[in-house]
Design a protein around this ligand. Structure first.
Ligand code: NAD
Ligand code: DAU
Length: 328
């Protein structure tokens, strides 16, 4: 397949590209704006055509989409805390960007997969969300992602465009920007910096190793029914404080580094995704949280050349704004 991968220089996008080249021999074009989270070096050594551009730019999208058999859209602003501090880019990329891609896909009748999130369903105290659960997003991030999902579905119903939506739970693994819980805590533990736990630390996330999500997305692209959404959830749930304690144990750092800080406004308490529908298509998560977390800690420990430029760059200023203290 000739695939256009939007946002392919980010965390999940670059892992997806790696899996597709390795396991399927696809021909891949990446369109990416290279925001703070997008890094050209995430694709180093991979045989892809790279186009630097935004999904809300119709010219860049037309160039990138010509000749594609399918589009997979990862391009997004992805950090909930940033969406609370500065929502503008979230609205632009998720609303205008998704619309621009859909229009180009409609003109060319190209199959379209939207990468979405469990956060569109909001928080759930017990049980798990299914694909027919109502959308009830809490943050500007999840609300704009939910809006994008609805526009995608409208292009199936109104124009007959072959669309599918893939909603993933919390991903972790190599190449994740260290603003997110797991890489932030791993790098702080390795540096002896405090580990900032929001609120009581008892919020629960449903952890999914990034390669499992990458395989799930490919599976839905190939076997999903047009017009449908598919949940792709991880095999394990874990409260944040337990995640942090496991990271301390794996890095050999002490629990005295844990620091409880002011909670995130509108913080969702628990996510849990039912994935029976995608399992019925033949996908299964392969990596349990215990194994995946250990692999992730080892990857960050062994790849300072990847994170040093981030940790010594703009990320420092972001960290100070968000946490009111500087990194050591
Ligand atoms: P990321 O922040 O690591 O990467 C996002 C990528 O999109 C970057 O390369 C960035 O440069 C690019 N991008 C942003 N705005 C763009 C624009 N306007 N035009 C072109 N490129 C643009 O994000 P991620 O964690 O890899 O997430 C990828 C997708 O998966 C997102 O759609 C996200 O909502 C979804 N998702 C993420 C998770 C998770 O746990 N990280 C879970 C479920 C779903
Ligand atoms: O569920 C899927 C979503 O997972 C994706 O759609 C998002 O793009 C991705 O960012 C992620 O969202 P979360 O808000 O769940 O992830 P984050 O890593 O920001 O936080 C995970 C949990 O850890 C959450 O309960 C907040 C908490 N947390 C996070 C940070 C950064 C802390 O306690 N301290 C922190 O410093």
């Amino acid at each position: 397949m000739r695939l256009l991968v939007c946002g392919g220089a980010g965390f999940i996008g670059s892992n997806f590209v790696r899996v597709r080249l390795r396991d399927h021999g696809d021909d891949v074009v990446v369109l990416d704006k290279l925001t703070y989270a997008g890094r050209r070096e995430n694709l180093d050594g991979l045989d892809v055509e790279f186009i630097h551009g935004a999904i809300e730019d119709p010219g860049a999208v037309a160039t990138a989409m010509d000749g594609a058999d399918a589009v997979v859209n990862f391009a997004a602003e992805t950090h909930v805390d940033r969406s609370i501090a500065e929502p503008d880019a979230f609205v632009r990329t998720h609303a205008l960007g998704t619309y621009t891609l859909l229009e180009a896909a409609r003109e060319r009748a190209v199959r379209y997969l939207q990468v979405s999130t469990d956060e569109v369903y909001g928080s759930i105290d017990e049980g798990s969300f299914t694909e027919s659960s109502p959308l009830a997003p809490s943050s500007p991030y999840s609300a704009t992602k939910a809006g994008a999902d609805l526009v995608v579905s409208s292009y199936f119903h109104t124009f007959g465009l072959e669309t599918v939506i893939c909603r993933g739970s919390n991903n972790y693994g190599p190449y994740q920007y260290p603003e997110k819980l797991i890489p932030l805590m791993v790098l702080n533990a390795l540096h002896g910096d405090p580990l900032p736990v929001y609120g009581d630390g008892m919020q629960v996330r449903n952890w999914l190793f990034v390669e499992d999500f990458a395989r799930g997305i490919g599976h839905v692209l190939e076997h999903g029914t047009p017009g449908e959404a598919y949940n792709v959830g991880g095999p394990d749930e874990c409260p944040n404080i337990d995640v942090v304690r496991r990271i301390l144990a794996l890095t050999g750092a002490g629990e005295d580094l844990i620091e409880y800080v002011t909670d995130r406004p509108g913080h969702d308490r628990r996510y849990s995704l039912g994935s029976e529908k995608v399992r019925a298509l033949g996908w299964e998560a392969r990596v349990r949280f215990e194994e995946g977390l250990e692999r992730t800690v080892v990857w960050y420990r062994d790849n300072p050349a990847w994170w040093e430029p981030i940790r010594s760059g703009d990320y420092r200023a972001y960290y100070e704004r968000q946490y009111g203290r500087s990194l050591g």
